[in-house]
Design a protein around this ligand. Structure first.
Ligand SMILES: Nc1ncnc2c1ncn2[C@@H]1O[C@H](COP(=O)(O)OP(=O)(O)O)[C@@H](O)[C@H]1O
Ligand SMILES: [Mg+2]
Length: 313
């Protein structure tokens, strides 16, 4: 297969299994999102994929060739945007880009062209000759991103590149990632911001405790034809609750409030009577509604369903 293939990757730190039996495929031109809370195992996975951390077991290949960090030709096909900034603050933007470009074997005209391109892509042209020490956090993040791209990698690994970034830098960086994929690079993008992943990724995997819980296109993961309606009532007599069985889920919270959760199919007619049935049952029993809320499924609610916790807990 063209692109990256990861099979049965595993890494333990002592008793802790940081990554367990990870399988991934990311094609060239594809943006693959890895989402999970802190400690899920995203960075450990990425460090193994890029060759900076040795897996306990499992294999990594690119275009069907085993990945070998000691093979400089192969290594230069990868670019890494690390979670922690890896830039030289005492150097200027261009000096940083030149240094990392040279490390990856570029020189002369080609190096200059790539530096110009990266300055353009990251929006750092006006700061090309400024010392990085004077930069805002967002500018440093953009440079951290740019450094990974100087040598024109075919596959780019980004580990939470937008943490603590201003909105303008974030949008610049996300546009840059889209641009990479348009040019045919494969992208593995770790984040714990659901909205970013929804905005740019073709496929997504949800990771927690070192394992992938679910994987697919965003449309596959989120059944966009389902909406959840939550109806709150003061109390619900047992005989009314019995009538709602099979139509809705009933939950009582700590304050004794009862919530009736109805899942409603949109766009299709199959179970379009569910919502009406619930309202009719409540109406006939003379139960007043306290509140109504509707929610479309999002990656955030899916994550909550799969793990029982919120992504930023
Ligand atoms: N060098 C290390 N030594 C021991 N434990 C580690 C080390 N690096 C990461 N871990 C642990 O491995 C788990 C996964 O961490 P990490 O891959 O950094 O997750 P994420 O990037 O998703 O936040 C966490 O429980 C973390 O504490
Ligand atoms: Mg991490």
């Amino acid at each position: 297969m063209n692109g990256l293939t990861v099979s049965h990757l595993r890494k333990c730190y002592g008793d802790l299994t940081a990554v367990e039996d990870l399988d991934l495929q990311v094609k060239r031109g594809e943006i693959f999102g890895l989402i999970g809370p802190n400690g899920a195992g995203k960075s450990t996975s990425m460090m193994m994929i890029i060759g900076l951390l040795k897996p306990d077991s499992g294999t990594i290949s690119f275009d069907d060739q085993p990945y070998d960090i000691h093979n400089s030709e192969m290594r230069s096909r990868f670019g890494l945007v690390p979670q922690n900034l890896a830039i030289y603050p005492e150097l200027t933007t261009v000096q940083n880009l030149r240094f990392f470009g040279r490390l990856n074997g570029l020189s002369g005209q080609k190096l200059q062209e790539r530096i110009d391109y990266v300055l353009h892509l990251t929006g750092l042209k006006d700061n090309a000759n400024h010392s990085v020490a004077t930069f805002s956090g967002g500018m440093m993040r953009r440079l951290n991103f740019g450094i990974a791209l100087v040598h024109e990698p075919e596959f780019v690994v980004l580990d939470e590149p937008t943490v603590g970034i201003d909105p303008q830098s974030r949008s610049n960086l996300l546009d840059g990632v889209r641009e990479l994929s348009k040019q045919g690079a494969g992208v593995l993008y770790a984040s714990h911001y659901m909205e970013e992943v929804e905005a740019i990724c073709d496929r997504v995997a949800i990771m927690d405790h070192g394992r992938l819980l679910k994987e697919g296109t965003i449309d596959e993961l989120l059944d966009r034809n389902q909406a959840e309606l939550s109806i709150e009532v003061e109390s619900l007599p047992a005989e009314v609750a019995a009538k709602l069985q099979g139509i809705a889920e009933i939950e009582t919270d700590d304050q004794g409030k009862t919530r009736i959760e109805v899942s409603q199919t949109l766009h299709r007619r199959d179970d379009s009577n569910r919502l009406r049935s619930v309202f009719e049952i409540l109406d006939r029993a003379g139960i007043p509604l306290e509140s109504l809320a509707s929610q479309k499924t999002s990656l955030e609610t899916l994550f909550l369903k799969l793990t029982g916790r919120r992504l930023r807990d």
